[in-house]
Write a protein that binds this ligand. Structure first.
Ligand code: AMP
Length: 182
C-alpha cells in the first residue's frame, strides 16, 4: 500500500533533527518526537501493517534499541513473534554474533541461537529506525540468515540516501525506507 504524500509529510514533520549530536557534523534524527505524536505514530504503524500483512512473515527482528519499538509494535499488529538483535553482552542465552565496522573501530551484535528455530526457514522482516552506512543492518541480516531463518526484507523509517548503506544492503536483502534523506 502506497503512503499518501499527506501522510508521509506528517511522519516526516514529526521527526526532529538534532544538530551536532552525538558529535559535531552529525544531524541526529530523533524519533522520540514521532513516538509521542499519536497521529504520526498511528499513521506510520498502520502503513507498515498494510504493507507487510501480505508478506507471509513469521517474525519481525528488531535492531537494538529503536528497532525494538517499531519492530515489536508491528509484530503485535501482524500477530507475529518478535526477536531482538542486541548489542554484545546483553542476551542471556547462547548467542551467535557478528562484528561490523564503525567510523572508528568495530562493534558487535548478537541474536539467540534458537530465536527462529520453531519455524523452518522462517521469513523474517528486519526493522530499525534508520539506515546510515548500513553496517549495523548488514550484520543483523547476516545473523538472521546464520540463525537458520531468511531475511526477506529490511525496513527503516529513515534512509540516509547520501551514504551507500541502502545500495550495499540491497546486495543481501530487499530494502524499504519510508523517509529518504538526500
Ligand atoms: P549504520 O550502521 O551506519 O547504518 O547506522 C545505523 C544505526 O545507527 C541505527 O541503529 C541508527 O539508529 C543509528 N544512527 C546512525 N546515524 C544516525 C542518525 N543520523 N540519526 C539517528 N540515528 C542514527
Amino acid at each position: 500500500m502506497q503512503l499518501s504524500s499527506e501522510h508521509r509529510k506528517i511522519i516526516e514533520d514529526s521527526i526532529r533533527d538534532i544538530k551536532d549530536f552525538p558529535k559535531p557534523g552529525i544531524i541526529f534524527k530523533d524519533i522520540t518526537t514521532l513516538l509521542n505524536n499519536k497521529e504520526a505514530y498511528s499513521i506510520l504503524m498502520n502503513h507498515l501493517y498494510e504493507k507487510y500483512k501480505e508478506y507471509n512473515l513469521d517474525y519481525i527482528a528488531g535492531i537494538d534499541a529503536r528497532g525494538f519499538i517499531f519492530g515489536a509494535t508491528l509484530a503485535q499488529m501482524l500477530g507475529l513473534g518478535f526477536v531482538p538483535i542486541r548489542k554484545k553482552g546483553k542476551l542471556p542465552y547462547t548467542t551467535i554474533s557478528e562484528k561490523y565496522s564503525l567510523e572508528y573501530g568495530i562493534d558487535e551484535i548478537e541474536v539467540h541461537i534458537d530465536a527462529f528455530s520453531k519455524i523452518q526457514n522462517a521469513r523474517v522482516l528486519l526493522m530499525d529506525d534508520l539506515i546510515a552506512t548500513g553496517g549495523t543492518a548488514n550484520a543483523a541480516a547476516t545473523l538472521v540468515n546464520q540463525a537458520g531463518a531468511n531475511c526477506v526484507e529490511a525496513c527503516f523509517i529513515i534512509g540516509l540516501n547520501f551514504l551507500d548503506g541502502i545500495k550495499n544492503l540491497e546486495q543481501k536483502t530487499a530494502v524499504y525506507s519510508i523517509i529518504e534523506v538526500n
